[in-house]
Design a protein around this ligand. Sequence first.
Ligand code: ATP
Ligand code: MG
Length: 402
Amino acid sequence: MIELDKIFKEALPIIEKIEEAGFEAYFVGGSVRDALLKKDINDVDIATSAFPAEIKQIFHKTIDVGIEHGTVMVLWGGESYEITTFRTESAYQDFRRPDTVEFVRSLEEDLKRRDFTVNALAMDKNGQIMDYFEGQQDLSNRVIKAVGSPQERFHEDALRMMRAIRFVSQLEFTMEQNTQEAIAEHHALLGKISIERISIEFMKLLQGKGRPKGLDLFIQTGLYAFCPGLEKHKDSLKKFARFEGELATRLAAWTMLIHYLEIPTSEVTKFLKLWKCSNKEMQEVQLAVKTLRARLAHPYTAVELYHSGLSIALEVEHIVEQLQFSADKDLVKEQYEKLPIKEKKEIQISGNDILTELNAKPGKWLGQLLEEIELLIITGKLANSSKEILIWVKNRPGIGER
Ligand code: ATP
Ligand code: MG
């Protein structure tokens, strides 16, 4: 039995209300695992013998988030909780989704369909652990082991192979032998899984503290060859696996991966498109890669800092530090603060001002001129005042021909 954390205590009234209505309810999955590992817990999942319609009768404020899978969101004490009916998943015909989800009244049945023994633990309201598959033993041995036959479990849902490796990385565990052999044997099934689902696990793998071990397994089992754009990069991935620094964000993870794969800056977007990244993420990563490459060659110039922005520059500086190059975040901040302008819109003159002053017609030349002005201001060669800028414009050779 374990002492309940605050986050569990806050959710206790939910379990009690379900029990008062005559059903069972437990904390399940990652939160129980992480509580036993004494890790920080962000959210708790609850599993129950009550059917979704029954949960909706017990609680007033609910949102249907995945009724067909048995999940109802309950709003309670300013928090939201996912309550999922015990279920089994049967007849997986396409290696990815169960054909049917069947609600059941038994906790054990529900835990049996979960992926790994350490994820198949439940905890009641008193902190009593329900462990049908020796999950606690595997937790103390720090191993990831499939519940039941790994062959069958990976045939049911091939994403579990990626999940196994991501948990090795995230928890700094090792992989149980049969589970690992089954992945090596069935790695090609990953080809049946949507990129979006693979990408979530891959990002968690790269951000985990046990990434070197995780990447080794990713390569050894052959899973990497069924991930977008990686099949030809075995050797670079091996080098990446030897990098031991921290990659705390998705941005850092993508940037470092691309750095090791030596993908040209002009092809970063193409690579990230294969991974179905959002446009925003593609732009940020491309900028970070470009910034990293410049920064590894020399200290930041004002122009580079201006284009990267402070947050990307600092993130890149952190990566530079992890790569064991000399880095100085305070210096970067200081340098950034000294930039005469941080954004285009701070320029003290507009295109219209210039047109009026020169009595000229707009054209491509105007955009080019404004870019030239921007560059001179950033590099400190021209003061950011409308007066100074106009003087410079009027004296610029060739300007009279407009
Ligand atoms: P994290 O802390 O990263 O969220 P987690 O264990 O909570 O880790 P989730 O992906 O949130 O992982 O899944 C919650 C639980 O649902 C898991 O602990 C596991 O019991 C079960 N689960 C999730 N995905 C699968 C799957 N593909 N196959 C079987 N069980 C799964
Ligand atoms: Mg979770």
